[in-house]
Design a protein around this ligand. Structure first.
Ligand code: NAP
Ligand code: 3JN
Length: 346
């Protein structure tokens, strides 16, 4: 048997909510790393991070940081990816980008391994990781698309604050304490939008994730629409989304209605999902068991339940889909792609 090659790996955004999860997974999965570079902005440069018992010093990310880097995992926002990923590619690295920067670029594969892993082989230096809300939905719907075809998807999300970064987690916890103490919530971070208008997230639901677009949808909603069509490789699927932030720390939940192209039996759909890679079926109304964010947190899987036929449309199906937004929704999906490149790729 040939020896596993070891890779020089860079994590850009290493001090962030997603970056920390990426580092944790690289350690847990014993990723074949020769040298590891942990990169951030100048703010966190000098910070110490322990990886496999060894202390690493976080460095400021610059175009020169990528000399000798073979795999670079980016989660420092779209502007950083746009500014630095081309330099990483020039230095010979394959970039796995967690941001919106390249997702809809026709030359960049947008990959969810359970759906379209083969697209990785078409990359020209950058592979995009989809938005967290898209990843968990398409991972669960892919087996249905393959067996029955999908004509329409209507999704409403219930998204955890960790999706908006570590400052949003702190904000939600702080506000909760303030409100319980009888004080004002003093919102400061959410929603992340184009205006300085902020709303209370503690004990609330905010129907805005990312900036509003001219058509009345938010960018998060349009990401779901566009990315779903690209990953499922079918522009004809009608997708509409409403994305809502709720006061949960980890785990996005989604109410998803799909219209299938062919008739289905509910029991067949359950079996299909129970057997699907990366998907766990939790669907036991009699036992009051269904996917919950608190159960999904910390796990790599996509949990699906509450399966029921639509009462008006015979080929309509309702599902409840839950996953840890920082794991399958970001870090784990990226590390799965990195493992394919480093270990499995022919
Ligand atoms: P976060 O907790 O706020 O962390 C941001 C990270 O980016 C920090 O490490 C920060 O370093 C670094 N950074 C900021 N500006 C930088 C710069 N100019 N140069 C280099 N590094 C810089 O945010 P997060 O939740 O981890 O999310 C980070 C990004 O990942 C998001 O903006 C988004 O694009 C992407 N994301 C994707 C998904 C998904 O759905 N796949 C989900 C969440 C996030 P400092 O410590 O120095 O500030
Ligand atoms: O809000 C969430 O739950 C997911 C957020 C994702 C996100 C946050 C800031 C910038 C993204 C993303 O992955 O689409 C971006 C971005 O890259 O534009």
């Amino acid at each position: 048997m040939s020896q596993q090659k070891m890779f020089n790996v860079a994590v850009v955004g290493a001090t962030g909510a997603v970056g920390e999860q990426i580092i944790g997974l690289l350690e847990k999965r014993d990723f074949p790393i020769a040298e590891l570079k942990l990169l951030s902005s100048a703010r966190s440069a000098g910070k110490k991070v322990t990886f496999k018992g060894k202390e690493y010093t976080v460095e400021e990310a610059t175009p020169e940081s990528f000399k000798g880097v073979e795999i670079a995992l980016f989660s420092a926002g779209g502007d950083v990816s746009k500014a630095l990923a081309p330099h990483a590619v020039k230095h010979g690295a394959v970039c796995i980008d967690n941001t919106n920067a390249y997702r809809m670029d026709p030359d960049t594969p947008l990959v969810v391994p359970e759906v379209n892993l083969d697209k990785v082989n078409e990359h020209k230096g950058i592979i995009a990781n989809p938005n967290c809300s898209t990843i968990q939905m398409v991972a669960a719907l892919k087996p249905l698309q393959d067996k029955y075809g999908i004509s329409r998807i209507i999704v409403s999300t219930y998204q955890a604050v960790s999706g908006a970064g570590s400052r949003a987690i702190d904000e939600m916890l702080r506000q909760t304490r303030e409100v319980l103490d009888g004080n004002e919530a003093n919102p400061d971070i959410l929603p992340v939008g184009s205006l300085p208008v902020k709303h209370q997230i503690a004990f609330n639901a905010i129907p805005q994730i990312d900036k509003f677009q001219d058509n009345g949808y938010t960018l998060e909603e349009l990401k779901m629409v566009r990315e779903t069509k690209k990953i499922m490789d079918d522009e004809s699927i009608d997708v509409t989304a409403t994305c809502v932030r709720i006061p949960v720390v980890y785990g996005h939940s989604e109410s998803v209605y799909v219209e299938l192209k062919q008739d289905y039996e509910l029991e067949d759909v359950k079996k299909l999902l129970a057997d699907a890679p990366g998907v766990v079926l939790v669907d036991d109304p009699a036992g009051q068991r269904y996917p919950l964010a608190t159960d999904a947190a910390g796990k790599p899987d996509v949990f699906v339940g509450r399966l029921r036929r639509d009462l008006g449309h015979a080929r309509g199906l309702n599902l409840w889909i839950v996953s840890d937004n920082l794991l399958k929704g970001a870090a784990w999906n990226a590390v799965q792609i990195a493992e394919y490149i480093a270990i499995e790729k022919p």
